[in-house]
Design a protein around this ligand. Structure first.
Ligand SMILES: [Zn+2]
Length: 210
């Protein structure tokens, strides 16, 4: 099997994401690019539990299939990010419940806890684009290019997109965003969450090298 190592890495990450309730059934998708520029990505419409490494698709940066089953329907968003944002080597896209909740409201998620700050909060909600279209990718690229510190954005009515230098980073950022959104949601149910001052934000950024 070609590209066995990155296929196994993508499989391992998607199973971790299922375990963490970031990904259910076949919703959400994960990819990583190899040094030669080819990309390993989860396949289209296949439930992740029971999946094997050979079920992971290998594509080029234009989304053309090189090996394996048909790739995720959201491949155009992944390849657009890889083509245009050079420091990104891995992407974790999740339809996770708290990210979808805030993606339906449309407001930026403020930097109100550490998890959200790790993601580069305030986290924006991208304007609407139908999942799987090239437009969805163009919008994500425009936001990431404008905000180089940003690791996660929300897609309106849809979910989150986390980026990283490797699969572990991208997965960690997706999980941070989901936990950060969950706790922010809970705090809003109980009252008005406190905000951090500019000095406190700067102190945290320095302490955590953000
Ligand atoms: Zn999606």
């Amino acid at each position: 099997m070609i590209y066995q190592f990155i296929r196994e890495q993508v499989l391992e990450t998607v199973l971790k994401a299922v375990e963490a309730n970031l990904i259910r059934l076949s919703a959400g998708n994960i990819s990583t690019r190899a040094e030669d520029g080819l990309v390993a990505i989860t396949p289209s419409g296949v439930k992740y539990r029971g999946m094997l490494a050979e079920d992971i698709s290998i594509i080029d940066l234009n989304g053309e299939l090189i090996d394996g089953p048909p790739p995720s329907s959201e491949t155009p968003m992944h390849t657009a990010i890889y083509r245009n944002v050079p420091h990104v080597n891995s992407i974790c896209h999740a339809h996770s419940p708290y990210a979808i909740t805030f993606a339906m409201l449309g407001d930026d998620i403020p930097a109100v806890n550490l998890e959200l700050m790790f993601c580069g909060a305030p986290i924006p909600v991208a304007p609407w684009a139908c999942p799987g279209t090239p437009t969805a990718g163009e919008i994500a690229v425009a936001i990431y290019k404008q905000r180089p510190e940003l690791k996660v954005l929300l897609l309106r009515q849809h979910g989150l997109v986390a980026i990283g230098e490797n699969l572990e980073n991208a997965f960690d950022m997706a999980l941070n965003a989901e936990v950060g959104c969950q706790t922010y949601y809970q705090a809003r149910l109980l009252g008005q969450p406190l905000s951090l001052t500019h000095e406190q934000l700067a102190e945290i950024r320095e302490a955590y090298n953000l």
